[in-house]
Design a protein around this ligand. Sequence first.
Ligand code: WTA
Length: 645
Amino acid sequence: MTETAAEQTETFAPPEQFAAAANIKADEYERAEADYLGFWAEQSRELVDWHEDFGEVLDWTNPPFAKWFVGGKLNVAYNCLDRHVLAGNGDRVAINFEGEPGDSRTYTYAELLAEVSKAANTLTDLGVKTGDRVAIYLPMIPEAVISMLACARLGAAHSVVFGGFSSDALRSRIIDAEARVVITADGSYRRAKPTSLKPAVDEALSQGDTPVEHVLVVKRSGQEVDWVDGRDQWWEDSVGQASDTHECEFFDAENPLFILYTSGTTGKPKGILHTSGGYLTQVLYSMKAVFDIKPETDVFWCTADVGWVTGHSYVTYGPLAAGTSQIVYEGTPDTPHQGRWWEIIEKYKATILYAAPTAIRTFMKWGEEIPAEYDLSSLRLLGSVGEPINPEAWRWYHRVVGGERCPIVDTWWQTETGAHMIAPMPGVLSTKPGSSQRPIPGISVDVVDDSGENPAGPEGGLLVIRRPWPAMLRGIWKDPERFKETYWSRFEDTYFAGDGARRDEDGDIWFLGRVDDVMNVSGHRLSTAEIESSLVAHSKVAEAAVVGAADDTSGQAVVAFVIVSNGAEDSPETAEELRQHVGKDIGPIAKPKTVHIVTDLPKTRSGKIMRRLLKDVAENREVGNTTTLADASVMDQIEKSVAGA
Ligand code: WTA
């Protein structure tokens, strides 16, 4: 749909009542900019319970390796649990859990503290110590949050692996992180059917080449599972029996909190490392500033899985450290019916909803009469994350879900940034459909041209982050060179985010998608290189090129072009076999939507595949400039074979 200029510049002022009660007022931007280190020190002391105060705010003597809140000591789990109980809020609901089959459980802060203490005692019994790593491979059940906090309580880093990833993906992450313990479940539920999880763990560990000594298994789906005596234990047996008190220690501000693997431009996922004090400070500040959290009255719902960074920062750490009540939902939006989300909002009187644009676009397709059947009047603020939100989806979200009374915060950030970086302050700025607008107070970003020196023109340029920020990644696990190379080598002392962006006349930022070979499918990051290497590992594939093609619902879809090896058939069955292979190898989310079998791939004279041209084909556009191709006729052949498919 083409938009008129008037529609593009339409803005929505914060509702009067919202603005009057907002946590953040207009002067915050200037105040933070006047002394950004002083600002972060002040926020940190206000929002975090430090066991020992820090000295220097930022040590940036060895860039790009930052240390924030030097010398400070804290326990992140204490900040999420004990301090709320000690303040007399132990009876406040921490988690309203809604399972996919319709079962539900509630944990107050006092109950959650008891569960986390039990899990921490169990992990200690299993030999987990400060500085160790624990892999977590669980569905979206409270035990996932409990496990993460138990690790944090012990000062051991967790590495959560999304339950939709394959055993191979799990295995490589376990080995890279050197995890000693894996926490998993027998299975989970997906679209009303139990699906198994434990077999993937068994397979990942079957070659005996991982450092894993113990596997803790939550009973969730009741499926039969294989058992390795001496290695496997039921969560119910060990955590169930453990003491529910645990005295915590306090760790250095830079103690590792977690490693989370994410896709990059090369085949191997990167282990993004986050530490404690800075991460918690910025996550808490974003809860206060971007989500305007009022812990006594809000019911927060972030719909992301804890397998992604959004679930780390805005299911586990943000809402709990802020002391608010939240909703955790195991299932999909259409089980048992397409009104499931709205039913949950009505049931728990959710006040803040945080979701991905791909979900909004799906709901638009299902029709606005579905949410109209439910009472959504408890909502007061809406958030968007993971990919650019198109203005049409923004307006639908605002009108149909938010009843035109809820500001929308479009939050731009990454696994690497740890917390929100660009988002409107909802009580201050008039929001603009489709634009994330401005960096949050205390953060400095720019949109620059290729040289990195000049501001980009109206056509846009590259997004960079100028100054270090508290929740920044501290590195790539065990690979400092790759950390420097990936983020800090393109421009000097400046973080290169990998996103294209432009500023409009008001100075507001609009995102244009990735500028590298990272795709964004339904708000999930996937790497073209990772899927290509999975494809070429199949015996029927000689060569493969993968592109992310624009898709109405998922933002982008994975489209693969493959040359089959000698003897393999060019048939729909082969294409399907290759799709399934990627699904099994990496995980169902990586499965290409389409596999085109072609006889050649477009290459430059130096042999580089020109994905830009393949993207033109995948998006049904006229193919762009082919003059640098070694053989320009290749594109005609590809277009013909795709049209004939
Ligand atoms: C994209 C998810 C536009 C972006 C939190 C970024 C966005 C990548 C937005 C990080 C947004 C995230 N508008 N694009 N509001 N939020 N992105 O690491 O390309 O899974 O680089 O973190 O998602 O994905 P990641």
